[in-house]
Write a protein that binds this ligand. Sequence first.
Ligand code: CO
Length: 459
Amino acid sequence: MKVQFTETVLRDANQSLIATRLPYERFEAILETMDRAGYYSLECWGGATFDSCLRYLNEDPWERLRKIRAKCPNTKLQMLLRGQNLLGYKHYPDDVVRMFVKKSVKNGIDIIRIFDALNDVRNIAVAVDETVKNGAIASGAISYTKSPIHNLEAYVKLAKEMENMGCQSICIKDMAGIMGPQEAYDTVKALKENVSVPIVLHTHSTTGLGMLTLQKAVEAGCDVIDTAISSFSGGTSQAPTETMAYALKQEGYEVDLNMDVLKEINDFFKPVKEEFLEAGKLNPVVLSTDTDALNYQVPGGMLSNLVAQLTAQNKMDQFPAVLAETPRVRKDLGYPPLVTPMSQMVGVQATANVLAGERYKNVSKEVKAYIRGEYGKAPGEIDPALQKKVLGDEQPITCRFADTLEPGFEKAKAEIGDKAKSDEDVLSYIAFPAQAEAFFDKRDEQKKNTFTYSIKRID
Ligand code: CO
């Protein structure tokens, strides 16, 4: 049996370990080598990379993609997309989603992994449709979580819906790194028995379960696993590519990766890691194993947020009470997966409930919007008393939230005017208005300087 690998060093490992601060110039020299490794795909774009390019790295994200494409003609390039939210947390109108997907494919993307934080398939439908229309691979991703209503039956139903929608693979996306080996085995097995497209597993090594979880998933028939080159693996990142390849080969699985090329890639990234460590941009804590999430059944990132909130208010003595309140709030909200932005919303609400000494005395604007249905359909039932308290006589939205939005592309194009030099620029502006505009201004400034310089050269 064959197992294929998606390398995450340029996207998720970069995002999880060094806050997506890896500039294009720093990895350009290894791209041609990476193209020879034998990866199923290279996850290199989307997620936080787009924002980080504009906000911190003074890079045009679209240009980054085109450059990677030029250097890696033989490997499928993959991006992560938050369905109707694209790369952020608000819902965009359909014309914007379609244009974004179209331009992503046009600039070099082969596979778009599309998910919704609530697993509301209506929020991924437009992106999936447009991906397929443009000849790319739509990978439907299930946001993995644990709760009384998130069982195998629910995941199978979701996977079938995604397959019927046109998804050419199904990814189990354990973004919080809470999936154990047996759960991976059972979930993959159930999906393999019920859908015919390839199954992909994405998890993190935060709690130390990563490699065991991937191993059992492969035993159950998982077709593709996400790993990171070893110098950028472990901790909040993915399991190491070379280790998994070595172990699976030894067990008799067919693995297409070239181990010598993997070594070259790792030798390249080792000093990069050292640089970030020395500059204090890679905190060694994120590289170690943290099993707290196993005890508390909430993702590691959420625990550190809770501690930070309580410490800031000098209320760490309330930590056990907040931890006990967190699952109750989650239940009241119909068991949303504890991923961004739901993890923050649930955490903040649980803290508010405890510190106020009265549940839902203060309800955040985000939780109100969620209860109103603006994020999509809650996975389970929202507590009727809470709904009544927040909405009064107002009825929640039952349609897809994007159906309430006016088209947005032409409006944004007019708004940003000459500063945008292409439709891609307009999309950058729509996704991150302030950051994109600042980037365009800097770019114009640089062009002016280049011009002056070239005139001087003529003299
Ligand atoms: Co991830």
